[in-house]
Design a protein around this ligand. Structure first.
Ligand code: BV8
Length: 248
């Protein structure tokens, strides 16, 4: 494994344009459960892929709202872990670093990464079903209704999290930028994703077609391991600091 870590460090150290694609696994060591794990406690009987849909929300707005409030509580208690911080530190070490994340927890930004594309939105942001965006919990304070109603004068539509649900399109500007970054990178680092969710899971193939060197960090194999030149098997919070330390 040590030689793999050294090989990964050598690849990253020479990156001219590094893209880092992350999934739920990088936030696991911050105490945020991944999607593939059984839901915790009262959510154990619910399937995230059914809750994280507009249909699920319309069928039971309070249930889905309460699920996101539960997850928001986990996110607000969470801190970036050494994996997030190692990624942020790469910006000082390399000429061009772009983070593309599937996560909605905002921890890359909190860790100090400046160029972060949030493919699936952010659980701290809200919008209403009539299209008013940029709402925060502060804008909704004092409302007892769950879900709350849009505070815009004359609106009153249901408020929902500003995340991309299954069956919803990603923001095309964010997706196009992510594709362009992967088309132009010479190194791709993939951290903590099962490589199942589309279109995020197709981004590494853009890097592959661009002849980029690909490094993956994941305790398990993923759908993307087959295109990785180096697969570091272990937790990101332990391995990424080790790789970064060898890049000096
Ligand atoms: C779209 C926001 C066009 C919400 C998320 C049939 C019908 C409808 C759609 C589809 C369909 N078939 C396919 C689709 C497309 C669908 C899809 O991909 N489905 C999958 C399940 C097959 N995609 C979509 O719907 C996308 N939109 O395609 O629009 C369209 C329009 C209409 C109809 C059809 C298509 C939208 C997808 C976005 C969904 N929203 N998040 C929320 O968070 O509540 S995705 C959600 O899943 C999270 O963002 C999360 O990131 C992601 C799960 O993936 P991972 O991040 O990889 O996490 P996962 O748990 O899977 O894996 C964790 C990994 O970490 C594991 O490998 C583990 O080994 C590793 N790990 C664990 N510990 C550590 C670690 N790694 C490192 N260190 C550790 N310590």
């Amino acid at each position: 494994m040590h030689s793999d870590i050294q090989q990964a460090a050598n690849i990253l150290a020479h990156a001219r344009r590094l893209v880092i694609l992350t999934g739920a696994g990088i936030s696991k060591e911050s105490g945020i459960p991944t999607f593939r794990e059984a839901q915790q406690g009262l959510w154990a009987k619910h399937d995230p892929q059914r809750l994280a849909t507009l249909q699920g929300f319309m069928a039971n707005p309070k249930l889905v709202w309460d699920w996101y409030q539960f997850r928001l509580g986990l996110v607000e208690q969470a801190q970036p872990n050494p994996g997030h911080r190692a990624i942020a530190a790469l910006e000082q070490r390399l000429p061009h670093v772009e983070v593309i994340t599937q996560n909605v927890d905002g921890l890359h930004g909190q860790a100090g990464s400046h160029r972060v594309l949030e493919l699936h939105g952010n659980i701290r942001r809200f919008k209403c079903l009539a299209g008013h965006t940029g709402l925060t919990m502060a804008d909704l304070a004092g409302q007892q209704a769950t879900p709350p109603l849009c505070p815009h004068p004359g609106c009153g539509a249901l408020v929902r999290p500003d995340v991309v649900w299954f069956g919803e399109n990603l923001d095309y500007r964010v997706l196009n930028q992510a594709i362009a970054d992967c088309d132009a990178c010479d190194v791709l680092l993939i951290v903590g994703t099962s490589g199942v969710v589309q279109p995020a899971a197709s981004l590494p193939y853009h890097a592959w077609n661009a002849r980029a060197r690909i490094v993956e960090v994941n305790p398990e194999k993923s759908e993307l391991t087959e295109i990785a030149h180096v697969h570091l098997s272990g937790p990101a919070g332990e391995l990424l600091p080790q790789v970064a330390a060898l890049m000096l």
